[in-house]
Ligand binder design. Structure first.
Ligand code: 7RM
Length: 636
C-alpha cells in the first residue's frame, strides 16, 4: 500500500524504531489504519505477561481475506498473486491472478460451508505445496474456521495427535504427494491416522493431484473437484473480532507433545504485512519466492498471509532444491525473474556442498534481497550465498523469529540497517529484546550474552497454546516474570547487534525443523527392547544439528545394525522421517545426578565428538559411565 513508506534509510529506521518504543500504540494503530476494518478498535493494546493476556485492536472487526484479496481487486485484480512451480519442471506452471484467487477461495469457502464447517470449527490440512493448500487455508479464514496445517512429512500417529488435540471436523489432503523423485501416499497416511481413532472428523476432502488411485470411505470422503468446482465464486466474508482465532500451528517444545500455537486475526495481520514489506523491501511489481513449506510458520506468514496482504506476487514451489538437479532454485529465479528469495541455511549448505557449477551460468541479476531463516547461518554458508547467489551485490537478511512470534522480530532491513554475517542484527520497529542471565537478571549492555527475551508485546505474538493456556504461561512467560522467553540464547555486540546462538532448552533444530528431544525419546522408548534413552543434538555440516540417541537396552543386542533400523522405524512411525536419529549408541547407563536427572551437558559434549575434559562429574551418581560412553562414542 502506497501510504506505508518503506524504511530505506538509517534515519527513517531510527525514527520508526524510536516512535515504536515511545508510542507503541500510536505506531501500530497508524499502520493498522491502512487496512479494511468493519469496526474500529476501542483499544489498541491491553497486555499482561503474567497471565498472559494480550489483546491487540480490541473491539475491532475484520476479515483477513478481505485484506488479502477483495481489497486488491480494483487495483490489481489481473496481477499475479500466486505463481506455482510444480515438482516436475516439465509440467506446466500455474498462475492465479488476485481475481482468480479470490474466486477460488470463495468456491472453497462455500464448499466448507456445505460440509457444515462454521466459524470457530477446526480444519486440518495435510497437503503438498499446491495452490489448493493456500486456497483452502484462506477459505477457512474467509468463513472464520480455524486452520491447522500439519506438515505432510509427519507420520500418521503425529497427524492423529494433532487432529485430536484440535478436535478437527474436517481433514483436507491430496491423493499423493510428489517430492523430487519420491511419491508419498498422503491419503493413505490420513486413513491410517483416522483409523487410530479421531472421532471429531466428519469428512475428508481429497484433492486429485497426481491421479494415483486412493481408497474412498463412503459417506466420509469426498473429492475436492466434485464439491468445490460447482460452488459459487463469491462468498461473503465472516466478520471476525480482532482477537478471534485465525489458526493453530503445532510446534515442538522441550517437554511432552507438540503445542498448538494460536494466532489471532487482527494483530497477526498487521504484523506479518508490515514485516514482509520492510524486511524484503517489497515494491509493487516485484516477484517474491519463499522456499518454505506452508506446513511451517514461514509458509503461513511469508508465503500466504504477509505477501498477499501486501498485494505481492509470490512463487510457490512444490518440489525440493535438488530435483531434477541442484540448479532448481536458480532455474526458477532465472526463469521468472525473482526479486526476493527466502530460504533456509540447510538448503544453502546442501547446495554449496554440491558445487558452484550448479549456480553459475544462471541470470540472477533480478535479485534484490536474499533471506535466511530457521537456524543460525554459519559464516561459510553466508559468504557462499552472498557471493554465488547474490554476486556480492545483494543484501542478505538473516531473519530471526519463531512459530510463537508470528513474524520476523530481528533482522536487517536492506538499505536501512547494516548486515553482518552470523548476526540477525537489530530488532525491527516495535520489538524490544533483552538478554537475561540464568537468574533472570537483566544484562545491561551493549555487550552481553544470555537468554533472549522480549519485554513488550508486538501484534504477532502468540495468544495461547490451544486447549492449555497454563502450558503457554509456563513455557514462555514464567521463567523470567514479566518477559516473553524465546528459548534461544543470544549475544549482543558493542553496536547492539544480536547474534543468535541457538536453543538453550531441549529443542534441537534439524535442517531448520524444530524437534523436541523428549518427543524422540518417547518414540524410541516404545521399542520393546529399550529401557531408557536420551537424545541430544550435535553439530552437523549440512543439517545444522543432527540427532544423537543414547539407548539402554533390556538385553545385549546381537545385531546392532538391525536394532538401529528398528529404532529408526519406530521414530518414523511415531513422528516422521525428519526426527530419525543420525546416530544411535547403545549404552549400559546414562550419566545421572543424584536427583535422577540425566546430565545432558556431558552427552552433548560426547555427541559433538568433544572428548576433552568432561567438566565436573562429581555430582554424578554413576561417574564411571562417562568413560564407557566416551569409548563407545568413538566407534559409533
Ligand atoms: C521461523 C522458524 C524457531 C527457532 C528459534 C531459533 C531458530 C529461527 C533463526 C534461528 C538463528 C535465525 N520458526 N531460528 N530463525 N536461529 N538464526 N535467523 O524457524 O518455530 O520453527 O523455529 O528456530 O532457535 O527459536 S520455528
Amino acid at each position: 500500500m502506497s501510504d506505508t513508506p518503506l524504511l530505506t534509510t538509517p534515519e527513517a529506521f531510527r525514527e520508526a524504531y524510536d516512535r515504536s518504543v515511545r508510542d507503541p500504540e500510536g505506531f501500530w494503530a497508524e499502520l493498522a489504519s491502512t487496512f479494511r476494518w468493519h469496526k474500529p478498535w476501542s483499544r489498541v493494546l491491553s497486555w499482561n505477561f503474567d497471565r498472559p493476556e494480550i489483546r491487540w485492536f480490541e473491539g475491532a472487526r475484520l476479515n483477513i481475506t478481505e485484506n488479502c484479496l477483495d481489497r486488491h481487486l480494483e487495483t490489481r485484480g489481473d496481477q499475479t498473486a500466486i505463481l506455482w512451480e510444480p515438482n516436475d519442471p516439465s509440467d506446466p506452471t500455474r498462475r492465479y491472478t488476485y481475481r482468480a484467487l479470490h474466486t477460488e477461495v470463495c468456491r472453497a469457502a462455500n464448499a466448507l460451508k456445505e460440509l457444515g464447517v462454521r466459524k470457530g470449527d477446526r480444519v486440518c490440512f495435510y497437503m503438498p505445496m499446491v495452490p489448493e493448500l493456500a486456497i483452502g487455508v484462506l477459505a477457512c479464514a474467509r468463513i472464520g474456521a480455524v486452520h491447522s496445517v500439519v506438515f505432510a512429512g509427519f507420520s500418521a500417529n503425529a497427524l492423529a495427535d494433532r487432529i485430536q488435540d484440535a478436535q478437527c471436523r474436517l481433514v483436507i489432503c491430496s491423493d499423493t504427494n510428489q517430492r523430487g523423485a519420491k511419491a508419498i501416499p498422503v491419503k493413505e497416511v490420513v486413513d491410517e491416522a483416522l483409523a487410530s481413532g479421531c472421532p471429531s472428523v466428519e469428512h475428508v476432502l481429497i484433492l486429485r493431484h497426481t491421479g494415483d488411485p486412493v481408497s474412498m470411505t463412503a459417506g466420509r470422503d469426498l473429492w475436492w473437484h466434485d464439491l468445490v468446482d460447482r460452488q459459487e465464486g463469491d462468498c461473503p466474508a465472516e466478520i471476525m473480532d480482532a482477537e478471534d482465532m485465525l489458526f493453530i500451528l503445532y510446534t515442538s517444545g522441550s517437554t511432552g507433545k507438540p503445542k498448538g500455537v494460536v494466532h489471532t486475526c487482527g494483530g497477526y495481520m498487521v504484523y506479518v504485512w508490515y514485516t514482509f514489506l520492510q524486511v524484503f523491501q517489497y515494491r509493487q511489481g516485484d516477484l517474491y519466492f519463499c522456499t518454505a513449506d506452508i506446513g511451517w510458520i514461514t509458509g503461513h506468514s511469508y508465503i500466504v498471509y504477509g505477501p498477499l496482504l501486501a498485494g505481492a506476487s509470490v512463487v510457490m514451489f512444490e518440489g525440493v532444491p535438488t530435483f531434477p538437479t541442484p540448479a532448481r532454485f536458480w532455474d526458477i529465479i532465472d526463469k521468472h525473474g525473482v526479486h526476493q528469495f527466502y530460504t533456509a541455511p540447510t538448503a544453502i549448505r546442501a547446495l554449496m556442498a554440491l558445487g558452484d557449477e550448479w549456480v553459475e551460468g544462471h541470470d540472477l541479476s533480478s535479485l534484490k534481497v536474499l533471506g535466511s531463516v530457521g537456524e543460525p547461518i554459519n559464516e561459510e554458508a553466508w559468504h557462499w550465498y552472498h557471493r554465488h547467489v547474490g554476486r556480492e551485490k545483494v543484501p542478505i537478511v538473516d531473519t530471526w523469529w519463531q512459530t510463537e512470534t508470528g513474524g520476523i522480530l530481528i533482522s536487517p532491513i536492506p538499505g536501512a540497517t547494516p548486515m553482518k554475517p552470523g548476526y540477525a542484527t537489530f530488532p525491527l520497529p516495535g520489538i524490544q529484546p533483552c538478554l537475561v542471565d540464568n537468574e533472570g537478571r537483566l544484562l545491561e549492555g551493549p555487550v552481553a550474552e544470555g537468554m533472549l527475551c522480549f519485554r513488550f508485546p508486538w501484534p504477532g505474538i502468540l495468544r495461547t497454546t490451544y486447549g492449555d493456556h497454563e502450558r503457554c504461561r509456563t513455557t514462555y512467560f514464567s521463567q523470567f516474570p514479566g518477559l516473553y522467553f524465546s528459548g534461544d540464547g543470544a549475544r549482543r555486540d558493542a553496536d547492539g547487534q544480536y547474534r543468535i546462538i541457538g536453543r538453550v532448552d531441549d529443542v534441537i533444530n534439524v535442517s531448520g525443523h524444530r524437534i523436541g528431544t523428549a518427543e524422540v525419546e518417547n518414540a524410541i522408548n516404545l521399542h520393546p527392547e529399550v529401557v531408557e534413552s536420551a537424545v541430544v543434538g550435535y553439530p552437523h555440516d549440512i543439517k545444522g544439528q543432527g540427532i544423537y540417541a543414547y539407548v539402554i537396552t533390556r538385553h545385549p543386542v546381537p545385531d546392532t545394525a538391525a536394532f538401529r533400523k528398528e529404532v529408526l522405524a519406530v521414530v518414523t512411525k511415531e513422528i516422521g522421517p525428519i526426527a530419525k536419529p543420525d546416530r544411535i549408541q547403545i549404552v549400559s547407563g546414562l550419566p545421572k545426578t543424584r536427583s535422577g536427572k540425566i546430565m545432558r551437558r556431558i552427552l552433548r559434549k560426547i555427541a559433538a565428538a568433544d572428548f576433552s575434559g568432561m567438566g565436573d562429574t562429581s555430582t554424578l551418581l554413576n561417574p564411571e559411565i562417562v568413560e564407557e560412553i566416551r569409548a563407545g562414542a568413538m566407534k559409533v
